[in-house]
Every structure is written in C-alpha cells, then in structure tokens.
Design a protein around this ligand. Sequence first.
Ligand code: SF4
Length: 378
Amino acid sequence: MSGLYIHIPFCKQACSYCDFYFVTRQQHKQDFVDELLREIHHKKDTRFTKDPVRTIYFGGGTPSLLSPKQVESILDAIRTVFDLELEEITLEMNPDDVTKDYLSGLKSSGINRASMGVQTFDPDLLDFMHRAHTSEEALACLEILEASAFKVFTTDLIYGNPGQTLSSLEKDIDTLLQFNPPHISAYSLTVEPQTRLGKQVKLGRILPPEDDTVSDHFDLVVDKLETAGIQQYEVSNYAKPGSEAVHNSNYWNHVNYLGLGPGAHSFWWDENKLSAKRWSNEANLKSYLSQGWERPFEPEHLNLSALAEERLMLGLRTKKGVSKKELKSRYDFEFNSGQHLCLQKLEEEGKAKTGEQIQLTKEGLKIADTILLDLVTM
Ligand code: SF4
C-alpha cells in the first residue's frame, strides 16, 4: 500500500509563522493543474504504480483555492494511472474559501475528509498570525461543515502564541467542541527563522511565551479534549476512537508515499527492503511549470540504521509507541546499553512504559522532543 501527497502551492496571503512552500500570485492556477496532470501521467507504469494507493492528501499552500472541477480533474488523472484501494482522500481548506456549494462539489469529486485550518477564533490572534480569514468566517465554515456530507473532518488549532492566555485557549477549544469534530490537530506555535514571525522574534519585537506557559497550554488541550472523548494519539493529533488520520499515520509507519507538485517530498523503500530513499521536487512554481518535476533533487539514501532511528523517533511520538519486535524484524535494531538505562530511567520517572511495546506516557509526550534526542544520541 502507498500514499499520494499533492502539493497545491497557492495562498491568498502569507501567514506570519508559515514556512511551507507557497506563492501568493494566483494567475498560474490552471497552468499548475495542467502541469500536475502531466506529472501524474508521467508516473504511469513505473514502480510507483505497483502498490495500490490507500490515501491521497491534498496539502499546501491552500488546496481550497482550487475549484471542485480542478480537484476532480486531478483525481481522474490519478484514477487512470494508479491502482487504487482508497480509504481516505483529504483536502486542506481555509475557512474563507468554504461555502455549502464548494463542499458539495468537493464531495462529488471524491474527497472524503475535510481538513479545516481554523487555528484560533480570537480576532487579535488571527491578526497576529496574519490569517486571511476572520473569526466569523471560521464559525460560519464550521457550521456549514457540520451540516455537510463530510462526516470525517479535522480542524487545526495553534496554541502557545505570544500573549495567548489559558482562558483564551480554553474558549477556542470550547468553541471548536460545539461542532463535534471527530479529529483535531493542535500544534504549539513554532518560530521558524525565515518567517515574518521569526524575523520579528530575532529583532526582539515579539517575545515567544515561556516553556512553562506552553506546557500549561499543552495540558489544557490534552485534558479538555480527553474529557470530550477526543484522545491524543500523537503529540499533536487527537481523535475520537476510529477517526485517527490514516495518511499521517502512514508517514510515522514508513509506508511508501509519492509527493507530486512543487516542493513535494517522497519516501520509497528500495526493492530489497534494506534501505529507502527520500527526495523532493524543487520548491519553485516557475521551474515546476517548465517540467521541473522531471528534475527532482538528488535522493537521500537511508540505510536500515537511519530508518530505525527515524521509526523510533516517529513511533514514540505516538501514543501506541513502537514495539521492540518490529524494530528488530523490520530494521534489525536493538537498543544499546545506554539506551536501556535511559528507558529504565524514563520508566522510573513515569515518562515511559518500557515492556515489549515502548510508549511515552502523557508526561513523556509533553517533552517528547527532548526525550527522543537523548535516546537516539546514547
Ligand atoms: S494558508 Fe497555510 S500554507 Fe498558506 S501561508 Fe497560511 S499557513 Fe502557510
């Protein structure tokens, strides 16, 4: 089984914290779709079409800047090139693009999971994030979504914003819960150096919140969602039982995926299953439109030991964790003595469970990045 990731590189405006690849000019949308169709058709009868495709993910950028007709043409091309055993077809959308007709058009095109970029309902924070939508639009789109044929949907929230109080975050979560979402992704704001936010932080114009404040935000998110029956299954992902995202779970499980579009990344196991490759298209629309997809960057070669480390890092960020048996059979990996001691200490401190299945507890997941760094550098 494999997954497809389609990168749609258009946005209305640049959010202050975002370091994904996007352009704010809209005039080449149809040219882009035409080029993407060429890239898809080019994959016909290659090794990438041997595995049946289980998930398709339209990410960006802002995929909801495409019309349902454009989305349909992309899915039609995929249907003619790939063998499909589809479970999940997700499209990311922004609240200001969503209408009742738009959602029903997407549903008819084959999309079965909507991912809504709400981030917050607080007008001041939306302004700080430089989002294109207003708080009213976020509420209106969730109403439309709840009443639509999309029974599977997810929404994004960002916490740990400068100046964000616990009560403002609590209000965001309560508002979101009114719409009964089966899945929520909640991210702590990350300051990336190349973004507008990163530059403002560097100049001292914005002060990111203290670690303790972010930690309180995290606890609030986990506790409130858990009380609502939406359980954390990965550091940043929460779902009602059975509504966990399949596509993202595949990334953490090293399932093959092919990225299409400018800047899209791919991961594919070599035939011998003893190594894999990761590569990407150039993140440049102009170059993509002149068949840049035929000239992807040189792939990164990953041997079993690099893959084991990655699987450990990704697996331990999930509630399910990772099994020693899987690490041994799939990656020929065993913990060294330093790592055994580290795991033992984590268990004593209540941050991990370390039987056959290694799992971080709620306390451990909160500081997962630090724990994982310690563990893999032992
Ligand atoms: S809409 Fe999404 S991809 Fe576009 S700038 Fe904002 S966060 Fe980035």
